[in-house]
Design a protein around this ligand. Structure first.
Ligand code: G6P
Length: 366
């Protein structure tokens, strides 16, 4: 009811603003990095595995897609990420030394549960879930579990569950790195410090809301939008596009920016907004040339840059600057203004934000 909503118009907005607390709560249970965070016997299991297979649907799949970059670069573990409804019906080549990781807010998604059973039937017995509901079927079915503490999520479009999943996946990356001898004590201390700074960093990002609202008017009049990102932020671009289409019904598509000239550039005209996730990372110079390709066709750029990205506002180039540069944790921060953009564009269009047409919070049938 209205009392629970407090100052917010919708549950989705409330849940976006609950993210600093959801992450602080999720980290509260973490005294230090250790496999045992994921359950008894995790050390032995992490020793035994040398691959990760992530299975999930929807927003949870994008959390997994982000984690793949972390798992390969930090823990050095070959990782594949599969959409559960594809994996369960596909002929694949199993490797028994695989840690199967399911990601699910509800823990009841039928395809993800079936994909888990499929993986097990192929002989992969080590299973771990990252899940927001301790009493769910998923937690019961898996050998190991990390229960995120996002709290109850009511909005159909997932927000705080996603960012807490990312935190849990980062912890998993560090725990695996530790077992594989790739995390020194100094590195562990630095990583924990960066994680514990997240709630404060998120507060500063949420303070960008008025700037995002100013953009959302433009967006609400569009029927199409492109989202670009590279590397770690490509899955974040995908998640931003998913949020926009789910709740505002604007057709949105995300591309890894380097693929622009292999197709989507044909769609770019002065009518096309192109949302660009542009953190100051190793790929920024490449991304800037992708942005020039958009401007050369008169596309309208809406750029989420870092404090030090050196991207200036100009004709057709709108820039919102993130307060800091967050290194590897950057996806957890950069997704937040995309959630706000989708939310405010949907509000401007007057859609039923918390219950978008044709969608359900938890998909328990195939
Ligand atoms: C539905 C929800 C999404 C969610 C997806 C997977 O499509 O609307 O927000 O990401 O299911 O759900 P799960 O509970 O498995 O994360």
């Amino acid at each position: 009811g209205a009392a629970e909503l407090g100052p917010y118009r919708h549950y989705m907005q409330k849940e976006i603003f609950e993210q600093p607390k959801a992450i602080a709560d999720t980290l509260d249970a973490v005294p230090g990095i250790s496999p045992e965070l994921f359950g008894d016997g995790a050390y032995r299991i992490f020793k035994e595995v040398d691959r990760v297979l992530i299975l999930a649907c929807g927003t949870s799949y994008y959390a997994g897609s982000t984690a793949r970059y972390w798992l390969e670069s930090v823990a050095g573990i070959p990782t594949t990420v599969e959409i559960a409804s594809e994996y369960r019906y596909r002929d694949s080549v199993p490797d028994p030394r695989t840690l199967v990781v399911t990601i699910s807010q509800s823990g009841e998604t039928a395809d993800t549960l079936a994909a888990l059973k499929h993986a097990r039937s192929l002989g992969m017995k080590h299973t771990l879930t990252i899940c927001n509901v301790a009493t769910s079927a998923m937690v019961r079915e898996c050998e190991l579990a990390y229960v995120t503490r996002a709290g109850v999520e009511i909005g159909v479009a997932s927000t705080k569950a996603f960012t807490t999943q990312l935190v849990a996946l980062y912890l998993l990356t560090l725990a695996l790195a530790q077992v594989k001898g790739r995390l020194t004590d100094e590195q562990e201390a630095a990583e924990l410090k960066a994680l514990r700074h997240l709630p404060l960093a998120l507060q500063a990002v949420l303070a960008l809301e008025p700037q995002v609202i100013a953009w959302s008017e433009d967006f609400s009049r569009k029927e199409n939008a492109l989202f670009l990102g590279r590397g770690l932020h490509y899955p974040i671009a995908l998640e931003g596009a998913l949020k926009l289409k789910e709740i505002s019904y604007i057709h949105a598509e995300a591309y890894p920016a380097g693929e622009l000239k292999h197709g989507p550039l044909a769609l770019v005209t002065e009518q096309m907004p192109v949302v660009t996730v542009a953190p100051n990372d190793a790929l920024l110079e490449k991304l800037k040339s992708n942005m020039q390709e958009v401007r050369a066709r008169a596309g309208q750029l809406y750029v989420f840059a870092d404090a030090d990205s050196h991207i200036a506002s100009d004709t057709g180039v709108h820039v919102i600057r993130m307060p800091e540069h967050y290194g590897r944790l950057s996806p957890i921060l950069h997704v937040v203004p995309l959630q706000l953009l989708a939310y405010h564009a949907a509000c401007a269009r007057g859609t039923d934000v918390d219950k978008p047409r044709n969608l359900a919070k938890s998909v328990t049938v195939e």
